[in-house]
Ligand binder design. Structure first.
Ligand code: PRT
Ligand code: ZN
Length: 218
C-alpha cells in the first residue's frame, strides 16, 4: 500500500506516552482504521486520511516542511524545535511541565542562584530561552535521557526536565525550583494545507470531542 497523494496525512507518535490516547481520540471522532505491527501508516476507511506512525521528535519538522499536513505532539516539543506550524487545538491529554529542579539538600533556593551553575537537560532550546529571559548565565549540559540522575553523578547542579506525577523528581531526591513551561498534546498543521475542506471537517469533529472531554472533567 502506498500513501495517497490526495489524502490528508497526519503524523502521530508510533510508540510512546501519547500513542494510546491519540489513537483513542482518532477512534472517538469516528475514524475507522486498522493498525498492524511494523506498518508505517494506516488508511482510514471512512475519511480521506492517512495516519503515519513516527518518533515524536520528527513530527514538528515533518509538519513544518509539509511532508505531512497534520501532527499530534506535545507543545513542549513544538517550542523546543521552534517549529513554524499552526497550533490548531489543545487536546487535553499528555499534560506535563518542563521544570527546573535541584537536589533537596542543594544551596540553590531561587532562580538567580543558578548563575554560573551547570544544568542538565534534553530541552536546551527551551532552557536557553528561559535563562535569557531571566538574565541568568549558566552552563547547559545536553543529555539524551536519564537527566534526573545527573546531579547524583555530580555532572550537573540542577536539571531541567519534564514532570507529570512528580515521582521521578522525588525518588531522585530532587525538588522543583521553577516551572519553565506547561505542556499538553496539541494538534498542529502545516501552513500550506491544500485539503482545506477535509481539514475543516476533521477539526469540527476533534473540537466537538475535546469540548465533550473537557465538559466531563469539570
Ligand atoms: O520514541 P519517541 O521519541 O517517540 O518517544 P519519547 O521517548 O521521546 O517520548 P515519550 O513517549 O516519553 O513522551 C512523549 C511526550 O509525552 C512528551 O514530549 C511530553 O509532551 C509528554 N509527556 C507527558 C511526558 C511526560 N508526561 C513525562 N512525564 N514525557 C516524558 N515524561 C518523562 C520525564 O522526562 C521524566 O523522565 O517522565 C519522567 C517523569 O515523570 P513523572 O510522572 O515521574 O513526573
Ligand atoms: Zn522522542
Amino acid at each position: 500500500m502506498k500513501l495517497n497523494g490526495n489524502n490528508l496525512k497526519i503524523a502521530i507518535q508510533k510508540d510512546g506516552r501519547l500513542t494510546e490516547q491519540t489513537l483513542k481520540l482518532l477512534k472517538e471522532i469516528g475514524l475507522e482504521f486498522e493498525i498492524y505491527k511494523r506498518q508505517l501508516f494506516s488508511r482510514c476507511r471512512n475519511f480521506p486520511l492517512d495516519i503515519l506512525f513516527l518518533r515524536d521528535d520528527d513530527i514538528p519538522e515533518y509538519v513544518q516542511d509539509n511532508t505531512v499536513d497534520l501532527g499530534i505532539v506535545g507543545e513542549n516539543l513544538v517550542s523546543e524545535r521552534n517549529a513554524n506550524v499552526r497550533n490548531l487545538e489543545k487536546l487535553g491529554f499528555g499534560y506535563c511541565s518542563l521544570v527546573l529542579a535541584v537536589p533537596q539538600k542543594s544551596g540553590i533556593r531561587k532562580i538567580t542562584d543558578l548563575e554560573s551553575k551547570r544544568i542538565a537537560t534534553s530541552y536546551p532550546v527551551s532552557l536557553r530561552t528561559y535563562l535569557r529571559q531571566q538574565n541568568i548565565q549558566a552552563e547547559i549540559i545536553q543529555l539524551k535521557g536519564s537527566v534526573e540522575i545527573a546531579p547524583s553523578l555530580e555532572i550537573a547542579d540542577a536539571i531541567c526536565d519534564l514532570r507529570s506525577t512528580g515521582s521521578t523528581i522525588k525518588s531522585n531526591n530532587l525538588k522543583v525550583l521553577e516551572t519553565v513551561l506547561e505542556s499538553q498534546s496539541v494538534l498542529i498543521s502545516s501552513k500550506q494545507i491544500k485539503q482545506k475542506k477535509e481539514l475543516e471537517r476533521l477539526l469540527i469533529r476533534i473540537r466537538a470531542d475535546s469540548k465533550h472531554r473537557k465538559a466531563n472533567i469539570s
